[in-house]
Write a protein that binds this ligand. Structure first.
Ligand SMILES: [Zn+2]
Length: 280
């Protein structure tokens, strides 16, 4: 948007969007907004609850609903076993409000919401955001388009750099804290073998932790990646007395300054974190 408008973050970057409670002061800002962009009902569950009380004129745009995205189902099998039931799947109450189509989804058909970690999806999102903003502020259409093209070009450059960086470590097995990286792993052909939690809002069982410790030993996992938004307790339990090192990656760019280069910095920081641990 350049200087033509003000964008406000509803969820601070040091907080996970999973199960996040919106601050009351932000609800006031949300009510005065022209448009709000979010990933989807499955991720920012409390935000979409706040949507129910918003004036009609506040336009709500879900990124997960955009055409042209690569989308994966939420993982359950293989290295990702131990998943009982997702809280994403909604309460009885919410289910009634959903469309027939969504309502008919069986568990397992739910989309993994971490779509932004695939740079091709980011390009789809940039185009969608440009389209929506241009509809609201047609006078700024050409500026939005110019900025979008520049952002897409930066994203493509970053993507090539990350591909080259990660190539030598693509077969090194690792474990992540929560199952956020399916899009990143697939796009860059990486070898993640499991996550400590599937959904951060669901407690991890002792059985799962035991299985993960076995997995660390049996698949030669050298790195377990913690996340700054969550406690390290479980990561320590999994890593204890194994050869695996603890390192950090962050799927939402905590601490990075919001701005036009945030996306490239976010992805590059994940890639650098993976490389630093897995290459040594
Ligand atoms: Zn997540």
């Amino acid at each position: 948007m350049g200087d033509t408008g003000k964008a406000k973050l509803l969820i601070e970057s040091h907080k996970s969007p999973h199960g996040h409670q919106l601050k009351p002061s932000l609800i006031g800002i949300l009510q005065k907004a022209k448009i709000v962009f979010y990933i989807g009902d499955i991720l920012e569950t409390n935000l979409t609850r706040a949507f129910e009380n918003l004036p009609e004129m506040v336009k709500k745009v879900s990124m997960l609903n955009q055409q042209g995205l690569s989308k994966f189902d939420i993982r359950e099998g293989g290295g990702w076993e131990g998943h009982e039931h997702s809280s994403h799947n909604d309460s009885e109450d919410n289910a009634h409000k959903k469309s027939e189509d969504e309502h008919n989804h069986e568990h397992g058909d739910l989309n993994d919401p971490h779509i932004w970690l695939d740079p091709n999806n980011a390009v789809v999102m940039i185009k969608a955001i440009t389209r929506e903003l241009s509809a609201i502020y047609p006078e700024n259409r050409s500026l939005f388009k110019r900025n979008a093209l520049s952002l897409i070009s930066d994203t493509e450059t970053m993507d090539k750099e990350i591909k080259a960086l990660l190539m030598p470590i693509k077969d090194s097995p690792f474990i992540v804290f929560h199952d956020a990286y399916q899009y990143f792993e697939t796009h860059y052909n990486l070898t993640a073998v499991g996550s400590i939690v599937l959904d951060p809002t669901i407690p991890t069982s002792a059985k799962r932790l035991r299985e993960l410790r076995q997995k660390v030993a049996s698949s030669g996992v050298t790195c377990i990646f913690r996340e700054p938004q969550f406690s390290d307790k479980l990561s320590f339990v999994v890593a204890e007395d194994t050869a695996a090192k603890l390192a950090t990656i962050d799927p939402i760019g905590g601490g990075l300054k919001p701005g036009a280069d945030l996306y490239s910095k976010l992805l590059t920081r994940i890639a650098d974190g993976l490389y630093a641990c897995l290459s040594t």
